[in-house]
Write a protein that binds this ligand. Structure first.
Ligand code: C2E
Ligand code: MG
Ligand code: MG
Length: 566
């Protein structure tokens, strides 16, 4: 790669990203006078071009580069392996303060007011580069091969300084110490760890579950990772497991090095320790305990956290196997017409029949499936199973009913969702009008253009769309006009006390009136009593679903509820 850093100049290179040409020029001039080399950029695309060619020592980005431009630049920067550890300082005004959280999550090291005097900017830039420099020079790509006993390592003080710096802008930080267990196996290199990090971010279903991840080669036999911008602690456990699995195959082939067991020790602030030195000690201690297990393992230093993390990782592994082992089943709950009480629809609800733990409700494993991306195969399996069931019932001569299938936001973000739905319908021979996809309000508020395209596509296909748990999500209702929605499902929480609580009654009444005004079908979820049914009937709600009619039941039982055509 044509790296400016190698062109003989030892003056640090700054990337100055600002859409305002005057400010960009003024700051660039000041920094050049201060002895820096400057690469200006007016937009994200130019920044990315620059990053392809060079590796700046620091990025100064204006928060207003574009909508979310500052944070977006950080995110992209973190995805360019070479630049993943480049420090970022964001310039902002009072109006941008809301953006701090997002920027911090993608690893912005520091924030400065736009009005800060150039000499102060220079000072901050210099100290930031200095404190990161010892690490940058130890990046994996520049390391001597791991077999070389003399390869450079960061000393403990450098590591602690990095941790202290990270803790200065993020209170939740994790330190992972990683080693190869068997004495005879190849030593662990930063490359091994970097490979694991790349795989982790590729496989993550959520965008950047972890903010900034820095790899520090701390001794000839272990490597340390410092993580900040942690949205959920379980992602740290998952990262650790990914490192354990990926790094067990050494990066440097040819040396005859075979697979080896990897031990990872994890310590987190503030749960476990709140000083850098303690964090490092605890992670090392956990790593040594982990290394006692010959097959390699992940250990959190904090005992409670360790139990929790082990249980989660085990459950995740079980869930991975659940589809193949036929442990998932779909139950069906009828939706009935409020006047005739005839079944007009069914909702497919997944259950997990775990071999040791018994039946696990979706609320217990859908969130895990979403975090791990397993919801994609699971959701697809539910869709196929429900459509195939619909086909079987129709073939058996029952009057056709709509089959409701819940979609997770993660599935909704898949670019091939439309194709998957279309293919499933074709393969199972179900007409699109008998499939009803249940969405949530939150899903409709994200990235409106692509949402719109996807929903239009589904609508054009002839699939029915309903809004599940209506009334609990965002309050903007304009999407009801813009999207091809067919049905609103009033959330159970409003139905529960609808006959006693006047607020709930008012909410349910207005939802029904609004739905009818917009020519939408409306169904009440969670109807358990006759008086709720009567109340909803007076309000002209179209359909109900709930224990009063039937709980979700296995397919054989649900079949007994279906009508034969007269
Ligand atoms: P949901 O889609 O709103 O489903 C309705 C939930 O209410 C179901 O819980 C159902 O068993 C329960 N329910 C139905 N009638 C009554 C009633 O009269 N009283 C009470 N108290 N509860 C009632 P379940 O099956 O535990 O599912 C919970 C949630 O899990 C579902 O909420 C849905 O969001 C999600 N889920 C279930 N299956 C799937 C799936 O295949 N894919 C996805 N993405 N999510 C699913
Ligand atoms: Mg539902
Ligand atoms: Mg619901």
């Amino acid at each position: 790669m044509d790296q400016v850093a190698n062109d003989g100049s030892d003056r640090p290179l700054l990337l100055i990203a600002d859409a305002d040409s005057h400010k960009r020029a003024a700051l660039g001039h000041a920094m050049r006078c201060a002895g820096f080399r400057v690469q200006p950029a007016a937009d994200l695309a130019t920044c990315m071009e620059v990053l392809e060619r060079t590796r700046p020592d620091l990025v100064l980005v204006d928060a207003g580069l574009s909508d979310h431009g500052g944070a977006e630049l950080g995110r992209r920067l973190r995805s360019v392996t070479d630049a993943a550890s480049t420090p970022i300082i964001m310039l902002m005004g009072h109006k941008d303060l809301d953006a701090i959280g997002e920027a911090r999550a993608v690893g912005t090291i520091d924030f400065l007011d736009r009005a800060t005097h150039p000499s102060l900017v220079e000072h901050r830039v210099r100290t930031t580069i200095e404190s990161c420099a010892s690490l940058l020079s130890l990046d994996g790509s520049e390391l001597a091969p791991p077999s070389d006993a003399a390869h450079p390592v960061a000393d403990r003080r450098v590591l602690e300084r990095v941790i202290a710096q990270v803790m200065g802008f993020d209170e939740r930080v994790a330190v992972l110490c990683i080693t190869a267990v068997d004495e005879g196996s190849a030593a662990l290199s930063s490359d091994d760890v970097q490979r694991a990090l790349d795989r982790f971010s590729e496989e993550s279903p959520m965008e950047s579950p972890l903010g900034m991840v820095r790899v520090v080669p701390t001794s000839p036999d272990h490597v340390t990772i410092v993580v900040s911008g942690i949205a959920r602690l379980q992602d740290v456990g998952r990262l650790a497991a990914c490192v354990r699995d990926t790094a067990s195959v050494p990066a440097c082939e040819g040396s005859g090095a075979g697979p080896r067991a990897i031990a990872v020790g994890v310590s987190t602030a503030p749960d476990d320790a709140d000083a850098p030195a303690r964090l490092v000690d605890n992670a090392l201690a956990a790593m040594r305990t982990a290394a006692l297990q010959q097959e390699g393992c992940v250990r959190f230093h904090d005992e409670a956290l360790n139990r929790w993390s082990v249980a989660r990782l085990n459950l995740e592994q079980d869930l991975r196997a659940a589809i193949a082992n036929d442990e998932l089943v779909v139950h069906y709950q009828p939706k009935v017409d409020i006047d005739s009480l005839r079944v007009v629809g069914m909702e497919a609800l997944v259950r997990w029949e775990h071999r040791q733990l018994g039946t696990i409700a979706p609320d217990q494993f859908i969130p895990l499936a979403e975090e791990t991306g397993l919801i994609i195969p699971i959701g697809q399996w539910v869709l196929e199973t429900a459509c195939a069931q619909t086909r079987r019932w129709q073939d058996a001569g029952f009057a056709p009913v709509r089959m409701g299938v819940n979609l997770s936001p993660v599935q909704f973000r898949q670019p091939d969702l439309l194709e998957v739905v279309e293919r499933t319908l074709v393969e199972t021979g179900v007409e699109p009008r008998w499939l009803e996809l249940e969405l949530t309000e939150g899903m409709l508020m994200q990235e409106v253009t692509s949402t719109m395209d996807c929903l239009r596509g589904l609508g054009d296909l002839g699939v029915q769309l309903s809004i599940d748990d209506f009334g609990t999500g965002y309050s903007s209702l304009s999407y009801l006009k813009r999207f091809p929605i067919d049905t609103l499902k009033i959330d159970r929480s409003f139905v529960r006390d609808v006959t006693e609580n006047s607020d709930d009654a008012a909410i349910v009444t207005s939802i029904i009136l609004m739905a009818h005004g917009l020519k939408l079908n409306v169904i009440a979820e969670g109807v358990e009593t006759q008086s709720q049914l009567e109340f909803l009937r007076v309000l002209r709600c179209n359909e109900i679903q709930g224990y009063l009619i039937s709980a979700p039941v296995p397919a054989e039982k649900a079949r007994e509820l279906l009508d034969r055509p007269d």
